[in-house]
Design a protein. Sequence first.
Length: 339
Amino acid sequence: MKTVQELEAKLAEPSAALVKEIAELDGDIMLLGVGGKMGPSLARLAMNAIKEAGVSKKVIGASRFSSGTLKEELEADGVETITVDLLNDDQLQALPDVKNIIYMAGNKFGTKGNEHFTWAMNAYLPGRVAEKYKNSRIVAFSTGNIYPLTRVIDGGATEAGTSPNPNGEYGQSSLGRERVFEYFSHKYGTPLSIFRLNYAIDLRYGVLLEIARAVKEGREVDVTMGHANVIWQGDANEMAIRSLTVASNPPNVLNVTGPETISLRWVAKEFASRFGLEAKIVGQEADTALLSNSTKAMKTFGYPRVSLMQMIDWIAEWVEADGATWDKPTHFQEREGNY
């Protein structure tokens, strides 16, 4: 991939499994908070799957669309758009009734010093949305940050075996989002999937890109966190759409990330090898990290189509070519939950 257009096309390629399931899914799909990192490519993926399935179904993207040309770009790709401030209850209630809701709205970075807004977005707004869409099925995006740091040798936190214990107000408010959706799911019988995502990446942002750029630019790579999970954004988007088909009551909780527990030291050395450089590694790996075990999601949806080594190869080529990047650091090194 040499251009953003090629990247976007790759992110929006549906699998045969997605095409089959979207053909069988009743109702239209609305993405609340479509303007984030993953929303646009997820909307395009859903549109492409619908086209390949040969069915008549709308994809609707709702967002503030406060800057840029995203609204026009999505409409050009067949996505219907609605400009809305979800925290404005009159605007929220005016949204159309849609059978399938993918809830992507939330706040993470900038939480420190603006905690009240993060709690409003992550824990108050979900209740308003859950009331509005009590007769729909919902996929609610969440995060691996609702888990505590776990021992690397334990293979990552699991849905059934690891009790949530968030570190910091972002993780705490994200757990609040889950609990509020869970409450209304129980109250109204709303089918719900809780989508605990841990480090989706594409070529413009993410853990691997940050390490690759540090190595290429001769900067130090701090490996104190030691280990992480990543998943190609296209695979994560596909699992999000397919999670509509496994929404249930009680809610279906899914850890969504790649299958590997990745050594950040190893990743830095892999990029150094590709660039013909020496990685400047500092720090010593802690025996705990923010890790999720995704075996339940793998059993449900199958393994990701894009492998870890493929991601590393693509990102190395992208960095070598000085490809476009987003200034959206993951802060994967953060161990105290301060975002």
